[in-house]
Design a protein around this ligand. Sequence first.
Ligand code: ZN
Length: 85
Amino acid sequence: MSEDNFFSAITGRSALSAKPFCPSCERDGSDIQEYINMAHAEDVEVDDYIRQEEGTFNHANGHFLCTVCYVKAGMPSSPHGWTCP
Ligand SMILES: [Zn+2]
């Protein structure tokens, strides 16, 4: 099974839809309270907020690391900006 198929299987959706999802804690972005709060403060949809503001968001597959998982992962960074694989 390819990695893409694996993630489609556990998320139940195509990788092409690129809905924000944290594969580390297996939560949709719209289920994570801190992002709900930040999106409401900006008066935008949670998914749109993550797509636009979350630095780890991977536009190719929708994966990002929520703040808790990003810290657990050791706060990865790169000169060109780190995105969740
Ligand atoms: Zn997470």
